[in-house]
Write a protein that binds this ligand. Structure first.
Ligand code: HEM
Length: 98
């Protein structure tokens, strides 16, 4: 994941996303691929995201990571991955998180 504006942000984001059941600033992303949006137990989602009928697959993650707030108006996630190649790498990584 090159081209992340604030490398510290990536470092903070990575570990918090890889452990199953661990929700911090964002929900745990373990098993997120194939999961319905807004359904990780114990995480307090925005009503914007909870109200969506989205299943996380390549297409929806690609849209989401380009601009969460454009894809889901009112979401609490403001972080995006604008670079195409980085985004594909991130999605490939998410698939490995079980
Ligand atoms: C490459 C890094 C990131 C990826 C791949 C990512 C991916 C995701 C995905 C797929 C969701 C939806 C999860 C679900 O429906 O269960 C989500 C939600 C969320 N993420 Fe991220 N995220 C990243 C970085 C961040 C960062 C850095 C923050 C905060 C500093 C953050 C905060 C949130 C929040 C608050 C939500 C819930 C949004 C809502 O309820 O509207 N994310 N993220």
């Amino acid at each position: 994941m090159a081209n992340v504006d604030d490398p510290g942000q990536k470092d903070r984001a990575q570990p918090q996303y890889s452990k199953p059941g661990e929700n911090k600033l964002g929900p745990s992303l373990a098993g997120v691929f194939g999961r319905k949006a807004g359904t990780e137990p114990g995480f307090s989602y925005s009503s914007a995201l909870k109200g969506q009928n989205i299943t996380w697959d390549e297409a929806s993650l690609n849209e989401w990571l380009q601009g969460p707030g454009k894809f889901v108006k009112g979401t609490k996630m403001i972080y995006s991955v604008p670079d195409e190649k980085d985004r594909q790498d991130v999605i490939a990584y998410l698939k490995t998180l079980k």
